[in-house]
Design a protein around this ligand. Structure first.
Ligand SMILES: NC(=O)c1ccc[n+]([C@@H]2O[C@H](COP(=O)([O-])OP(=O)(O)OC[C@H]3O[C@@H](n4cnc5c(N)ncnc54)[C@H](OP(=O)(O)O)[C@@H]3O)[C@@H](O)[C@H]2O)c1
Length: 366
């Protein structure tokens, strides 16, 4: 049977450590978990079974393995030390007999996005970023549809537009909308991106290094590697949609609490084909996975045991190829979720109603 392995790591330290080690999660605080994670070895998490292709009926099996570092630790430690620990975790995948290895969350963000890690391993490696792009762009298009925001005349924004995932998301959305803000921290990198994309883009492209321009956007796709939230309630206009692909999240939990006139959706969740059992709770309902996991799984179903998405320069061609492959095997964009809860049609209707109230109240104040 063909196999895969996927590396996860604690993102919300207390919550995630509790999922595997309830006692440690209870007695250690966040700082202690951060500190001890430096010395902890890679951890075997679970076996994954039941994944079956809708196209070929092929069944595969996989494993979750964990690199103990938190995002903060990965940012603080020297790159070499982080690579070493991720490669050590990858060796565990090799011992288990995995045919391909996926890099979850920050293990794919660090340094050169998988290139050095792949060099240190015999098993082929993918970051999962190509399918993450496909699913994020699909989700924002679908959310625009349910919120009655016509794409062709919409103003959109990509936050983290100079990043590996953000750059291709921007390239794709630039074909859809009328105006697109490219938001990041480095003006020169943003201008370079704008100049490259503007040649073929349908949208007018505008660069910004501040979040203030978000108040002009109806559709926002956010995918930074910030370890704290970067989007707060005061940045957003009533009736807008924010698709948050980043882990840790970019959108402050305050948005959910303070703004009932905005639709925030978690980016990157898909339905997995077959009666899958992950034998581990990573925070999703049964049968659903992150898009980056799904890329690894789709490659295993396809028998494409090669380094697939590596490095910071993704291509639209790869995004479209893996999207087609995943669709064929039966992966589907899942229903919307917001801060780990399902979004119902009733909630969408309420957001639309509240957005109309907020807009009227704003006009009345002018
Ligand atoms: N949901 C999923 O399935 C999934 C899959 C893969 C990855 N991810 C997540 O996606 C995110 C991005 O990954 P990536 O590989 O694209 O990362 P990346 O290549 O490092 O790009 C990160 C981008 O974020 C920007 N950024 C970083 N800190 C910021 C801050 N404080 N304020 C504003 N912008 C900031 C960077 O700007 P500069 O150019 O100025 O550095 C860059 O544009 C990560 O959170 C990762 O965990 C999610």
């Amino acid at each position: 049977m063909d196999t895969f392995a996927f590396i996860i790591h604690p993102i919300d330290p207390k919550r995630d450590v509790s999922r595997k080690f309830p006692l440690l999660g209870r007695i250690l605080n966040e700082r202690q978990i951060d500190f001890f994670s430096t010395f902890f070895p890679p951890v075997y998490i679970s076996e994954i079974e039941g994944i079956t292709s809708q196209a070929t009926d092929k069944e595969i099996k996989g494993w979750f393995i964990a690199c103990p570092y938190t995002p903060r630790r990965m940012m603080e430690l020297p790159e070499r030390t982080v690579y070493r620990k991720i490669i050590q975790t990858g060796k565990l995948a090799e011992k288990l007999g995995a045919n391909i290895l996926g890099l979850g969350a920050f293990t794919s963000v660090i340094g050169d996005a998988g290139i050095t890690i792949a060099k240190g391993l015999d098993v082929p490696v993918t970051t999962g970023d190509s399918y993450t792009v496909a699913v994020a762009v699909d989700a924002i298009r679908e959310a625009a549809n349910v919120m009655d925001i016509p794409l062709q005349t919409a103003t959109a924004a990509v936050v983290g537009a100079t990043g590996a995932i953000g750059r291709v998301c921007a390239e794709m959305l630039a074909d859809d909308v009328e105006r697109l803000y490219l938001i990041g921290r480095r003006q020169d990198a943003l201008e370079e991106l704008r100049d490259r994309l503007q040649v073929h883009a349908r949208a007018e492209l505008v660069v910004s290094t501040t979040m203030d321009v978000l108040s002009e956007a109806q559709l926002i796709l956010t995918v930074t590697s910030a370890i704290h939230d970067v989007i707060r309630p005061e940045h957003l206009q009533p009736g807008s949609v924010v698709c948050d692909v980043a882990r840790p999240r970019d959108v402050s939990a305050m948005v959910a609490a303070a703004r009932d006139d905005i639709l925030v959706i978690d980016g990157g969740m898909v339905d997995v084909p077959g009666p899958v059992d992950f034998h581990f709770n990573f925070g999703f309902p049964a049968g659903k996975a992150y898009a980056c996991m799904a890329e690894t799984i789709a490659l295993a179903l396809e028998g494409r045991f090669e380094d697939y998405t590596l490095g910071k320069h993704l291509t639209r061609q790869r995004v479209e190829e893996i999207d087609g492959m995943a669709k064929r095997h039966g992966f589907r964009l899942s229903g919307f979720r917001s801060f780990e809860r399902e979004v119902t049609q009733e909630q969408i209707d309420t957001v639309r109603r509240n957005a109309n109230h907020s807009r009227r109240a704003r006009v009345a104040q002018m």
